[in-house]
Ligand binder design. Structure first.
Ligand SMILES: Cc1cc2nc3c(=O)[nH]c(=O)nc-3n(C[C@H](O)[C@H](O)[C@H](O)COP(=O)(O)O)c2cc1C
Length: 336
């Protein structure tokens, strides 16, 4: 039975432990061009120095209008590629693997004066603008942009790609009956996700794992059920998803009650049903809780979000708490 600090192989990607830095928007691209700055270098590399097995970048968008804010990172032009190279090289130096989370905010973009688009003209909340309905040709263009984004991420040197299919962003907007009322072929709520998965997978070298983040359940009335999400996920797996990262919600302003491992039951159900490696996320920052989720075979890996914002050395300190050795670079081990 594996434990939190045992290595894992996702397709051909070997990862030294089962700790993942959860994707977290930084809003620090003050250049407003979606380009990496020193902040990002320091932010990601310090978690690599802290012993994290796999780092996932913040949601990085495939179109300028697909950013939540102008401070978000983008992967929609070639000039954005180089900035990631040093981050990747340095994360590798300290033994971490790193993946890009690729996304499009759709109607959750808040860029003032922006072209806010969605499957249907339904705003995210009462305060949000009514989005413009995407034409079929525009949707096909966005699918292509996902593919180009993946190609650029691979050119930069990323080890894996996570598609953001959760939290109410564009892929999720197409999957939800509450936000997709289309009457054309994209009214089939799996079509957009499947097109994106196939296009991105084609851009990836064989043996590189494709991770897909899902919202297992929606908290909005009129949303999909968990059973429906599971059956959609079978199609996503057939189309090329190798690993599911199981979150919930984000479809409305409703916040579920948060307690340790509050989303792990969905990961466990995914693991049984989909029979692929599964990532759990959501208040797993107590090392004993994270260890229990792995040992009880509810998930194969854990994402740590806020716990890792507080502490870049979360992995090392979790290992120390659990009595496991984890080497840090240089003299950092002397601190333990
Ligand atoms: C500041 C911040 C930014 C976030 N940005 C993203 C994001 O870009 N993509 C994503 O999938 N989730 C994002 N999340 C959600 C986290 O990845 C994670 O799922 C959530 O915080 C729950 O995990 P935790 O309890 O360990 O923090 C963000 C969370 C925080 C706190």
């Amino acid at each position: 039975m594996p434990s939190l600090f045992d290595p894992i192989k996702l397709c051909n990607l070997e990862i030294k432990n089962r700790v993942i830095m959860s994707p977290m928007c930084q809003y620090q691209a003050s250049n407003k061009k979606g380009m990496v700055e020193n902040w990002h270098l320091i932010h990601y590399v310090s978690r690599a120095m802290g012993g994290t097995g796999l780092i996932l970048t913040e949601m990085t968008d495939v179109e300028a209008r697909g950013r939540i804010t102008e401070g978000c990172l983008g992967i929609y032009n070639d000039a954005q590629v180089d900035g990631f190279k040093l981050i990747i090289e340095e994360c590798h130096r300290y033994g971490s693997k790193i993946g890009m989370q690729i996304s499009h905010a759709g109607r959750k973009s808040t860029i003032a004066g922006g072209d806010i688009v969605a499957p249907s003209a339904i705003p995210f909340s009462k305060e949000s603008p009514v989005p413009r309905v995407l034409t079929k040709a525009e949707i096909e263009g966005i699918v292509e942009q996902f593919g180009r984004g993946a190609e650029r991420a691979i050119e930069a040197g990323f080890d894996t790609i996570e598609l953001h299919g959760a939290h109410g962003y564009l892929i999720h907007q197409f999957m939800s009956p509450a936000s997709n009322k289309r009457e054309d072929e994209y009214g089939n709520r799996t079509k957009f996700a499947l097109d994106v998965i196939r296009t991105v997978k084609q851009a990836m070298p064989s043996g590189m794992p494709l991770i897909f983040r899902v919202s297992a359940v929606e908290y909005l009335e009129g949303g999909y059920t968990f059973e429906e999400m599971l059956s959609m996920s079978h199609l996503f797996k057939e189309a090329g998803v190798d690993v599911f990262d199981v979150s919930t919600g984000g479809d409305s302003s409703y916040r579920p009650e948060v307690y340790p491992a509050y989303q792990a039951r969905y990961a466990a159900a995914y693991r049984k049903e989909l029979e692929v490696p599964i990532i759990s996320v959501g208040k797993l920052e107590n090392p004993y809780v994270a260890e229990a989720v792995i040992r009880n075979e509810q998930a194969d890996m854990v994402c740590i979000g806020k716990g890792m914002l507080r502490n870049p050395y979360w992995a090392k300190e979790a290992a120390a708490t659990l009595g496991v050795s984890l080497e840090l670079p240089g003299v950092y081990n002397m601190a333990y």
